[in-house]
Design a protein around this ligand. Structure first.
Ligand SMILES: [Zn+2]
Length: 312
């Protein structure tokens, strides 16, 4: 007989050949396979290999001949976790992390159940998605859980926000003051590492695009009073304006995403089109796209050399 309030999970976690049930805190039973849990998680491997009548094994009850393992997470969190554990042949829908809450839960489960696959998914998301909300809160969560790689990735992503710790959040209650001091110190050292990129143009030389950005047959297009090193004598004014704006941005938000802010790019492209020679070359957009990419790579390289020490 089914207990009151209990329901089964949707496919594929209601398989008739399942060999264990995971029960969520909101009373949803996931009929799953020990093999997939064991392969994804040393925690589950040890747990399902214990004798299942042993008092130390937190089995709640049996249902339909299967042991029931009660978990503290709700159905939505367990569904997400299982999608990371199962092979795609059994669970075709790609697992996804939707936003801040998913990322935080994924980190907590990755730590608690030793799920490397979930930790890697969080890392990847922080590395590729500049729109992830509250990286400073994710930093605090990762610090509290001792997830070093995620701590670094979250700190790095927070660089795109000028003042990431202006507000109080519950996650800050879980970390020592040292964690916050190192976070702020990391940001300061990142600013110191990237701002010189905008005056030492060693990263900029040796390509057709650099040639295009420093020379124009329309003399009024050029600025000869520039303050850069490495043999650059002139630069197009519209591009220099863009560089100065990016430099100001990097002084408060030293992130690889700064050069590609759409408003900055479109302003530079509009200003460039005022010069008839630049416009006629059809090089403005490809040049800006290329330089943006190079600049981001250079910022990323210098940031990657900035250390953030953790006690774990
Ligand atoms: Zn020009």
């Amino acid at each position: 007989m089914q207990a009151y309030g209990l329901r089964d999970a949707d496919p594929p976690f209601n398989d008739i050949d399942a060999d264990i049930i995971l029960r969520s805190s909101d009373k949803v039973d996931f009929h799953v396979h020990k093999l997939f849990l064991s392969k994804a998680s040393p925690f589950f491997r040890d747990m399902v290999s214990l004798p299942q009548t042993n008092d130390s094994f937190p089995v709640d009850e049996a249902r339909n001949g299967l042991f029931v393992l009660p978990l503290e997470e709700d159905a939505s969190a367990i569904d997400m976790m299982l999608r990371f554990c199962y092979p795609r042949s059994c669970c075709p829908e790609e697992p996804h992390l939707d936003g801040f809450d998913d990322l935080k839960h994924a980190m907590q489960m990755a730590s608690k159940y030793q799920l490397d696959v979930m930790e890697r998914a969080v890392l990847l998301r922080l590395e590729v998605d500049p729109e992830v909300q509250h990286p400073e809160r994710l930093y605090a969560t990762a610090w509290a859980l001792g997830l070093r790689d995620v701590v670094l990735a979250a700190a790095k992503l927070s660089l795109r926000h000028p003042r990431p710790v202006d507000e109080e959040f519950e996650e800050f209650d879980d970390i020592p003051a040292t964690a916050l001091i190192r976070f702020l110190d990391y940001r300061r050292r990142c600013v110191d590492a990237v701002v010189p990129i905008m005056t030492d143009f060693s990263w900029f030389h040796g390509n057709d695009i650099a040639e295009f950005l420093t020379k124009c047959s329309n003399m009024s297009c050029l600025d000869w009073n520039i303050n850069v090193d490495n043999g650059v004598n002139s630069i197009k004014k519209w591009w220099w304006d863009y560089i100065e704006t990016v430099k100001a941005e990097l002084a408060v938000a030293p992130s690889k995403w700064a050069p590609a802010v759409p408003k900055l790019l479109s302003s530079a492209i509009e200003a460039a089109a005022v010069c008839p020679d630049c416009r006629a070359s059809h090089m403005i957009t490809p040049a800006m796209t290329f330089m943006c990419k190079r600049l981001s790579e250079e910022i990323e390289l210098r940031i990657s050399k900035v250390e953030l020490k953790t006690p774990f």
